[in-house]
Structure formats: C-alpha cells, structure tokens
Design a protein around this ligand. Structure first.
Ligand code: CP3
Length: 355
C-alpha cells in the first residue's frame, strides 16, 4: 500500500498535528448527486450497485471529483452482512430495507452462519481493492460495518422500525438469546472489517445508528460491550500504518465518557451535543468526528458557512477534530450547499491549527 499523499484525516483521528481540519460527509456518495442517480439507475437496484465492484467504485469516487474531501468511504451498506448470513435483503422504493427471513427465535439465531468475507461477501474486498487502485494514495479510504446492536434491530424487525418492539421484546424477555445473537454478530463484523483492512482500507467506522434508543444500562451491555468485542479482534495496523477505528452512536451524547474508554480512536457525534462540551468530557482519550445538523444544509450558503465556523470554533484550537455531519446527508440537498460546507471548513479551519 502506497503512502498517503493527504493523511490529515488519519492524523486528526490519531490526534497528531494537522494544518487544517479534515472533512468528509456521511452518505457522501448518494442520491443528492445527479451522477449517483444515473449510475444507480443503470444498476437497476441498490443491491446490484453494491455488488458490482466497477459501479460501487465509480460512485465512491464521484463526490471526490466534485469536492475537496479528505477521505473516501467504501460504497456499500451495513445490511450486506445479515444478507450474507442468509436473511435475503432487498430494498423497496420509498420503504427502505426488508429481510425476507427475519430472525425471530433461538433456532434462527443458532443457525446463523458467520459469513466468509472472501467468498460470501467477495464483492466488498474486491470493491476496496478496485477503489484503492484508483485512489493511489491520494486520500484515505474508510471501511465500515454496522454495530451488532444496530444490525440486530434490522434482523429481528425485518426492516426499519420506530419503536423496536420485536428487537427490544427479545432483549427484555430473553436477554441470553439477544446476547447469543450479538456475540455472533460481533465476531462476524470483526472478520468482515479485518477483510476490508486486508484489502486496503485505511480506517474503519462502526455505525451504531440505534444505540441511542437504549437505556443507559442496556447501552453498555447490549451495544457498547459488543463494539468493544469487535475492536478486540481488529487488525489495527498494516505495513506499519495504524488503522484508526471510529465509533458512531447516534444519540450517544449521554454516554461519551464510557465510549471514550472503549479503546476506539475516535467517536462520531450527532448534532445534538455541543462539540466543545463533548471535547471537555472526553479529554485527550479520543478524537471527535462531527457534528453539523444535516438539516442545516437546507439553509442558505451564508447560514451553512456560519454553522461550520461555529462548530470549528466550538471544538477550538488543535488537532483531534474531523468535520462531518451528525448523520447522513439527505437526498434532496443541493450539491452546491454541500460544496459551501466543505469550502468553509477549508477556509476557516487553518486558523485553529497555528502552532
Ligand atoms: O456514507 C456513504 O457514502 C457510504 C455508503 C453507505 C450507505 N449506507 C449507502 C446507502 C453507508 C455508510 C451506509 C450505512 C447504513 N445503511 C446505515 C448506518 C448509517 C446511518 O445512516 O444511520 C444504516 C442504518 C443503513 C441501512 C439502510 N440503507 C437504510 C435504512 C436504507 C434506506 C433509507 C435510505 O436512505 O434510502 C439504506 C439504503 C442506502 N444505503 C442508500 C445508500 C446510498 C439509498 C439507496 C438508493 O440509493 O437507492
């Protein structure tokens, strides 16, 4: 693997000095870009897009051609792992993901295989290798997975949910069974992320989109403990380069101290917490990634610039901040508004990194 020409994202995650704050955006390859919609149409379905390395590589690179981004993120989905476990994933237009064979009882859980990433999920490491052959060290590539808890919610509910009645029902009524599922998922995710690392990703991120719906005690026992179980199994360097790991729990603001003790290099923040207050709470233990409200991108470019400045200044002087949204960009955001956000990070952040 070649040396990175732009490593400010990796350096910020490791809290090493940088000359400006790096920036990338969750869902940066997506429907808000007309060039994405064109390839998505050509693919026919979202799963066809994910499983065709040439197309997944193309959409990964699209946002980098438009914007001055400091990282690429593998184009895929967190639900490819349960799909490879045999649940039968498909996406219904306007309704989101659906599983044909959701997990409901002990037998379903004990039967789940741990997928072999180089065979069952072969298209993912193939896509990573192809993207890296195009990036050639220009910027780092982020690999990712869902957290065990977040994956379990989709697997038990059979799709998206508001109340998580079935998933929480299983957790309350049969906690041992939920632990059996989460343990299996943590091990499957670790193998999967290690395959992405072996194929060439430069950092990994665990998306715990639904950790925030748990009680404090449940968050520790059913989400964070399994995020740690993944980390304990990860290959954390390759060819002498550290592969930083980021943990993003949406709605995790209450639990930053215990997340900062988890061993992850960085925490992703949603928009509800002030990033300066978060920095005081985590101290020097971790870097922080975030945290502009994705809905702020509907406002005028002047307002977007003011938001960017406020977040950069709230974090304050020094390294350890990766600028991002607090969740994924919405599909009807104007591409120029994304550009205004990214340009504002480039313009305002060097002042925060003067020696
Ligand atoms: O960030 C990126 O640019 C990389 C690509 C990426 C996608 N999904 C592409 C995608 C990543 C990192 C994900 C993660 C993901 N997928 C999460 C965790 C992060 C988060 O957003 O909370 C979750 C919960 C999912 C599950 C998922 N995938 C849902 C609920 C949906 C349907 C809702 C929607 O936005 O359409 C998806 C589909 C999906 N994943 C799309 C994209 C670009 C849209 C499908 C399309 O373009 O047809």
């Amino acid at each position: 693997m070649s040396q990175l020409q732009n490593d400010c994202f990796i350096r910020a995650l490791l809290r090493q000095p940088v000359d400006r704050t790096p920036v990338w955006m969750m869902r940066q390859a997506g429907r808000y870009l007309p060039e994405y919609r064109q390839v998505r149409e050509q693919a026919g379905s979202f799963m066809n897009l994910c499983t065709a390395p040439e197309l997944a590589c193309e959409v990964t690179l699209q946002p980098l051609r438009r914007y001055r981004l400091d990282a690429a993120i593998l184009f895929s989905d967190i639900l490819t792992v349960p799909d490879a476990m045999g649940l039968g994933l498909h996406f219904i237009e306007g309704e989101g993901p659906k599983f044909e064979r959701p997990v409901r009882n002990a037998e379903d859980i004990h039967r789940l295989p741990i997928p072999d990433p180089e065979t069952d999920l072969r298209y993912v490491p193939d896509t990573v290798r192809l993207i890296q052959s195009h990036l050639r060290g220009s910027v780092p590539l982020i690999g990712f997975s869902g957290s065990p808890w977040t994956l379990a919610t989709y697997m038990i509910e059979g799709g998206s949910s508001r109340e998580f009645r079935k998933a929480k029902g299983l957790m309350y009524d049969q906690p041992e069974l939920m632990h059996a599922l989460l343990g299996k998922l943590a091990d499957a995710v670790a193998v999967y992320l290690n395959a992405q690392i072996a194929a060439g990703v430069n950092a990994v991120m665990v998306f715990d989109t639904w950790g925030g719906v748990l009680t404090t005690e449940q968050y520790q026992a059913f989400s964070l403990d399994y995020a740690k179980r993944i980390l304990a199994q990860l290959t954390r360097s390759r060819d002498g380069q550290t592969i930083p790991a980021i943990l993003f729990t949406k709605g995790g603001g209450l639990w930053l101290e215990s997340m900062a003790d988890s061993g992850y290099d960085a925490l992703g923040l949603d928009w509800t917490i002030n990033i300066g207050a978060a920095r005081k709470r985590v101290g020097h233990r971790v870097a922080l990634q975030g945290n502009m409200d994705p809905v702020a991108l509907y406002a005028s470019p002047e307002s977007i610039r003011a938001q960017v400045k406020a977040i950069l200044e709230a974090f304050g002087q020094g390294s350890g901040h990766v600028f991002n949204l607090g969740h994924g960009v919405h599909p009807d955001i104007k591409p120029e508004h994304v550009g205004a956000m990214i340009d504002a990070v480039h313009e305002y952040s060097p002042a925060l990194h003067l020696a």
